[in-house]
Ligand binder design. Sequence first.
Ligand SMILES: Nc1ncnc2c1ncn2[C@@H]1O[C@H](COP(=O)(O)OP(=O)(O)OP(=O)(O)O)[C@@H](O)[C@H]1O
Ligand SMILES: [Mg+2]
Length: 248
Amino acid sequence: MHTMATLIAVANQKGGVGKTTTVVNLAAYAALKGASVLVVDLDPQGNASSVLAPDYQGPSLFGGAGILPVAGLDTLGVVPVGDDLIDHEHRFSDSAEAGRELRHRLNELCDPPDLTLIDCPPSLAILPGAALHAADRVLIPIQCEYYAMEGLGQILAYLQGMQEEDPEAAQLGGILLTMYDESRTLDRQVAAEVRAHFPKEVFSTAIPRDVALAAAPSHAQSILHFDPLTPGALAYLAVTKELLDGLE
Ligand SMILES: Nc1ncnc2c1ncn2[C@@H]1O[C@H](COP(=O)(O)OP(=O)(O)OP(=O)(O)O)[C@@H](O)[C@H]1O
Ligand SMILES: [Mg+2]
């Protein structure tokens, strides 16, 4: 790997757009390709933790969590979430302060891996704000539905406001179309509209709607271990390549 250590926040204030699925599967494929990868679960829902560290009982990053190895992938680790995360969120006065502490905690844990992926909760509150302050880039998954462009506009405006205050805050690192169903006219229209507005930012690969991607978490597995030949798996493999190529 010749990748510069990169910290990527996977964020979208809309719920259920595929943030966690993207974090877990990008992390797995990047590790398979030999990158050192760390997933940080910054969502009190703990969905990424329940896949990558299903038996974990302990604090979150802000409460002193360490890095747990992930079964089946030597270069992948996870900082899982704990019930304390919400309490920590309340002690920060703003997301910039929380972002500084986030960076500080990560630096204490390890030398920066090739790729760090932060799974954010569906809001633009303190925790995702912290991730966006701390990260180099933000990857925004969007579902190809009617309100996708409005939602994208909101997070991009939020990001721009943040950069005006803090030039070190995350830059847009990519927009990923998720749960794409080519047989639906609406999906094709939305995808075309997003690609027309953001020709360079949208990954060429769209993640198709694939039940295997939804079933894998119930086995505490990434799609790489659950069913690597499904269309969803091949799509995440292709997106990982696009992402890593963009970082080299
Ligand atoms: N490409 C896909 N095809 C089919 N199902 C998917 C796909 N991507 C994600 N899902 C399923 O859709 C649901 C939402 O996905 P996910 O949890 O990744 O979204 P999220 O943005 O992290 O949600 P939240 O905002 O609650 O954190 C999950 O049940 C997941 O398994
Ligand atoms: Mg999630």
